[in-house]
Structure formats: structure tokens, C-alpha cells
Design a protein around this ligand. Structure first.
Ligand code: IMP
Length: 424
């Protein structure tokens, strides 16, 4: 396996964890390059279920180097809880390294996330409430604290007081909330720094060396293409770049290092949080799909919105990520639902047929999905162990969405276990 990127091709929660875990078992190095503990990867390994938020899935393999890059935002409290939880289950975290440039989520970012959502009322984004947006705002403002600051007490204190005082002003004056006790925050973060200092290392250098040495490097994406700050459904997006390009800036490597880009999608569509969702299903069919697919968030437990497969957003994902292959999960969930609908294009209110995903929410609001009906399939697909064993109509469904998306489907998922990922 050369240097491979795995990204979400829809709105996140596509089952990247499982695909990443399969590839991570063959990788020498696994890198996470954006987002923070807004993400949630569920990985099943050796009969155990692990829910990871920040730590790359390669952590389950003691020989695999796991890197958290400069484009991430780290809540050190959550990171340490995750490390402690893994250690308690016998997973050593000796192979984890974190870039000194990664931004630190501070307690005020979490408060500001909640306050901002509250002030938006019905126009809220539906964030995970983990302080992600405010942390990236502070980074762009160039006043953020970084992982490396944790190991320099004088720098930590100076930056923490300066950023904390400014954010306390905002929290008290704008939102009428009590200020943070900066002495207490300093004490807390000093302790985090003491524990995390041995793990801090230049991820750009480590990733580069691995690529140069022709090691197998896996870049694991979090969230999904349509949640990208630039090419997603802005403003209903996250504040980082979950697309393949984000791997370069978020790790500190160039695009020529990347050889393969795998997009992960579900055989239908889901989204959590607010924002447009052209193929969304309400009513009975939506409830059925949600229950069958156990569509509840890993990080927040929120019920996910569900809908038919949308080839327009997949073509967008193929283009903006330069996908070389697609993994399509949860085909088994569609079994027994009767006729299946696939969105092939959008019809705009002026009659125009759109093949490409519109750039603005206003234009998207003027669009209706154009559906093609495909024969459904029956039976328990979860027992299939090769793509050849799938029912004819399930094979035809995969072939049709492959043709509509314009990228080869290299893997089909029919259940959570590794043996239920059928390579094509
Ligand atoms: P934030 O990342 O917490 O700021 O949330 C912004 C938007 O991204 C919201 O709609 C969230 O529901 C969504 N989001 C963030 N992380 C994930 C994820 O890992 N899976 C799915 N949606 C996510």
C-alpha cells in the first residue's frame, strides 16, 4: 500500500473507521491531519469495540506509528482520557506522536461554541459542541495556543493569559457568562503538558521520512467532504478541511507524496446537524432506514438524518478529492426495503438539469432531486464474504452507482466486521 488518503465522501459517519482499520493493519504509519474530538471512529478488532475520537486507528497495532498532525485541534483533557481508556484495555500508546503546531482547545472554546449556537437560535449549525469552530477561529486570528507551548511554562503562561483575558471579555460582556479563572486553567494545562510532553514530535518530518523510506503511510480523514469549510455546504460545515487537500496542510507534506485517495460513502446518505440535505427522507421510510442502520452519532448520540443515495454529492467528492477509488458501506441495510431510489441529478426551479453540486445554499434550495428507481434486493447480505456472493440486484445497484459517481468501487461493506468488507 503506497501513501493512501481515506476521506469521507458524504457528510461524515460513512464508516471510515472500518475501512481505515483494514488499511491500518497493513500500514507502517497512520496520520490524522484535521479536526478534533468532533470525530468518532468505531473500530471492531479482536472481538472488541473501540470508539476513537482523536487517536488514529493504527493505535491498535503496537508496531504502527500514529501521528496527529499540525492541522488538528486537540482538547488535551479528552486526549488523555482516550489514552488512559486505551491503556486500561491493554492498548499501549507508546507509538503516538503529536505535532507541536497542533492547536489546543481551551475551555473557553467550548463555552463560546455553546454561546454562538444559542445566539443563532433556529439558524444554528448543530455543532458537536466540542469547541472546534472557536478553536480554529483563534488559530486564524493568530492568537491560539499550540501543543508545543505546553512544554514551555513561560510561553504557556504568557499566551494563556493573553488569549484567556480576551476571551473572558467576550464571554462576560457579550454573553453575560462568568469568566474563567485563568490561574486554575494554567494549572490544569501545565499538568496536561507534563503528561503529553514526551509525545510531542514534528509530524511533518516523521511523515516525510516515512514516505521517503517507501513505508506504507495511511492518512485517515475525519468528517466528510460536504462538511469541508470551503467546498462543503457552507455555513453548515465544520471549520477544517476534511478533503484530500487538507492532508497536505494538516500534516505538512506536499501533494506529490500522495498516491491513492479512497473515498468512503454509505449505500444511502446520512447527516447530523443542520443544513441542506436534498435526498432526505421523512416519515416511515426514514425511520425504517435510521433504525435498520443504527443511525445515531458516535460522538453525540444524536439521531442522524437519513436519505437516498445522492450521486450528485458523490461526483462532487470524486472531483474535489481526486478519488482513485470508493468504498461503499452498509449495503446490507438496504435489503428488504423494496424499490431503491438513487438521485442522479438536480432539477432547478427554472427547469435546468444540474449534474454538479451547486456552490450556494440559495441555489441548492431551488433544486429538487431527480431520481432513478432501481430494483431492491432481499435476504441477509451480512453473510456474504465476497462481492460475487451478493444478490444480482445488489450487484446491479453497486454497478449503477459506480457508473453515476465516476470512480471505481473497490470495497463494499455488508456489516461492521472486517470480514464483511468485500474487496472488488
Ligand atoms: P463542529 O465540527 O462541531 O463545529 O460541527 C459542525 C458540523 O459538522 C455539524 O453539522 C456537526 O454535526 C458536523 N460534524 C462534525 N464532526 C462530525 C463527524 O465526525 N461526523 C459527522 N458530522 C460531524
Amino acid at each position: 500500500m503506497p501513501a493512501t488518503v481515506v476521506v469521507g465522501a458524504q457528510w461524515g459517519d460513512e464508516g471510515k473507521g472500518k475501512v481505515i482499520d483494514i488499511l491500518a493493519s497493513r500500514a507502517d504509519v497512520v496520520v490524522r491531519s484535521q479536526g478534533g474530538n468532533n470525530a468518532g471512529h468505531t473500530v471492531e478488532s479482536g472481538g472488541e469495540v473501540y470508539k476513537l475520537h482523536l487517536i488514529p486507528s493504527g493505535i491498535l497495532y503496537p508496531e504502527t506509528l500514529c501521528l496527529i498532525g499540525c492541522g488538528t485541534v486537540i482538547d488535551p483533557k479528552v486526549l488523555l482520557e482516550e489514552i488512559d481508556g486505551l491503556r486500561a484495555r491493554g492498548v499501549t500508546c507508546e507509538n503516538l506522536r503529536i505535532d507541536p503546531r497542533a492547536q489546543l482547545i481551551m475551555p473557553w472554546h467550548i463555552t463560546l461554541d455553546a454561546m454562538k449556537e444559542r445566539s443563532l437560535g433556529s439558524g444554528k449549525i448543530g455543532t458537536t459542541g466540542r469547541g472546534i469552530g472557536p478553536c480554529y477561529m483563534e488559530k486564524a486570528e493568530r492568537t491560539g495556543l499550540r501543543m508545543g507551548d505546553l512544554s514551555r511554562p513561560d510561553v504557556l503562561e504568557k499566551k494563556l493569559r493573553s488569549a484567556g483575558e480576551a476571551k473572558n471579555e467576550m464571554i462576560t460582556r457579550l454573553y453575560g457568562q462568568p469568566p474563567f479563572d485563568l490561574d486554575a486553567v494554567l494549572e490544569e494545562y501545565t499538568e496536561y503538558g507534563r503528561r503529553l510532553a514526551p509525545m510531542i514530535a514534528d509530524v511533518s518530518v516523521l511523515a516525510w521520512k516515512a514516505v521517503q523510506a517507501k513505508q506504507d503511510v495511511l492518512f485517515e480523514g475525519a468528517q466528510g467532504t460536504l462538511l469541508d469549510l470551503d467546498v462543503g455546504t457552507y455555513p453548515y460545515v465544520t471549520s477544517s478541511h476534511p478533503i484530500a487537500g487538507g492532508v497536505c496542510t494538516g500534516t505538512g507534506i506536499g501533494p506529490t507524496c500522495i498516491e491513492k485517495v479512497i473515498g468512503v460513502a454509505k449505500a444511502y446518505t446520512t447527516r447530523v446537524g443542520e443544513g441542506p440535505f436534498p435526498t432526505e427522507l421523512d416519515g416511515e421510510m426514514g425511520d425504517l432506514l435510521r433504525d435498520r442502520g443504527h443511525e445515531f452519532g458516535t460522538t453525540t448520540g444524536r439521531p442522524r438524518r437519513v436519505g437516498w443515495f445522492d450521486a450528485v454529492i458523490l461526483r462532487h467528492a470524486v472531483r474535489v478529492n481526486g478519488l482513485t477509488g470508493l468504498a461503499v458501506n452498509k449495503l446490507d441495510t438496504l435489503s428488504g426495503l423494496g424499490t431503491l431510489r438513487v438521485c442522479t441529478a438536480y432539477r432547478r426551479s427554472d427547469g435546468a438539469l444540474l449534474e454538479d453540486f451547486p456552490a450556494s445554499l440559495e441555489e441548492l434550495a431551488e433544486c429538487e432531486p431527480v431520481y432513478e428507481d432501481l430494483p431492491g434486493f432481499e435476504g441477509d447480505l451480512s453473510a456474504c464474504r465476497s462481492a460475487g456472493e451478493l444478490p444480482a440486484a445488489a450487484k446491479a445497484y453497486i454497478e449503477r452507482i459506480e457508473a453515476l459517481c465516476g470512480a471505481p468501487i473497490v470495497m463494499v461493506g455488508v456489516g461492521p466486521a472486517r470480514s464483511q468488507s468485500l474487496e472488488r
